[in-house]
Design a protein around this ligand. Structure first.
Ligand SMILES: *[C@@H]1O[C@H](CO)[C@@H](O)[C@H](O)[C@H]1NC(C)=O
Ligand SMILES: *[C@@H]1O[C@H](CO)[C@@H](O)[C@H](O)[C@H]1NC(C)=O
Ligand SMILES: *[C@@H]1O[C@H](CO)[C@@H](O)[C@H](O)[C@H]1NC(C)=O
Length: 264
């Protein structure tokens, strides 16, 4: 009598457990995984990460061996901030190491398969250092640390569509003469390109001029933060690994950050 019941219960458990785990991609799960990534970077030990069986590591737009990448060296992290995309089940983390001999400003998208935030399917990193476009980690840190990134109230969160279009329009400015005017610039908007601050950021914008659209676009869209991060290959200016992050507050662009790799 007991046996069939027990077996029945076990079968039910085994069947339901993976489903309940994989059902939803949670913000907490994404941010916890992003935090393990930061700890691993701080220790320089990739063994601290729970990588999926079919894991992909990409650094500066090239698939490569994680053991030979940035994560295998310990860096002191002086500033970090993460956003979460529960639909794509991906996160974006920006970190800055400004105090060591080899400074870095890094933008990393982490992707999970089947909504399983316990395992990392992909780490996709754009890493800028000395010699890269407008690079000065201390200045970048100073500007970004002063920004306000509190969550937006539920009623005033931009749609995913608006955020994606803002990211795309920004990257289209070099090839589409009308793109800059489609972006809802805030009057107090700040743009930090590498370490170069432009305020307000709706000034001095490109209006076409290049025939090559910026390609390889990968998105992390966070409605709670009102942000989109797009990793791409900046083909308009010549195959450069790049991250563009935009924050929209009250329907207007508030912050723009760029990390562009053009060094050796
Ligand atoms: C993953 O989670 C999202 C958001 O919770 C949900 O819309 C989607 O259907 C889920 N996908 C899978 C494959 O479970
Ligand atoms: C492994 O990942 C790669 C890149 O994301 C994908 O193209 C491939 O189909 C995956 N293979 C399996 C067995 O999941
Ligand atoms: C990341 O930043 C948060 C504060 O925003 C801090 O509590 C945490 O310790 C930082 N993580 C690392 C690895 O530096």
């Amino acid at each position: 009598m007991l046996r069939p019941t027990l077996i029945g219960a076990l079968v039910t458990l085994v069947a339901i457990h993976p489903l309940t785990q994989a059902a939803e991609c949670s913000r907490d799960g994404l941010l916890t995984a992003a935090s393990t990534y930061l700890s691993a970077q701080t220790s320089g030990k990739i063994t601290d990460l729970k990588l999926a069986s079919n894991f992909t590591y990409q650094q500066n737009n090239k698939v490569s061996d994680i053991a030979k990448g940035l994560l295998s060296t310990a860096y002191k992290i002086d500033l970090n901030r993460s956003t979460a995309d529960i639909v794509a089940c991906a996160s974006y983390t920006m970190w800055i190491s400004s105090s060591g001999t080899k400074p870095y400003v890094v933008g990393t998208q982490i992707r999970h398969r089947d909504n399983n935030t316990l395992e990392i399917a992909m780490i996709d990193t754009i890493a800028a250092t000395t010699g890269d476009l407008f690079f000065n980690a201390k200045d970048t840190q100073k500007y970004i640390a002063a920004e306000d990134w509190t969550s937006l109230p539920a009623a005033s969160r931009p749609s995913r569509d608006l955020l994606r279009k803002a990211g795309d329009a920004y990257l289209d400015m070099w090839t589409d003469a009308t793109a800059a005017d489609k972006i809802p610039w805030g009057t107090d908007c700040e743009r930090v390109e590498g370490s170069r601050l432009t305020k307000p950021c709706g000034g001095q914008l490109p209006h076409g001029g290049s025939a090559k659209p910026n390609g390889m676009r990968r998105y992390v869209i966070d409605q709670e933060m009102g942000s989109v991060d797009v990793l791409c290959q900046f083909d308009s200016l010549g195959n450069l690994p790049d991250s563009h992050e935009i924050r929209v507050v009250d329907g207007k662009v508030k912050y723009v950050h760029t990390i562009t790799v053009n060094g050796k």
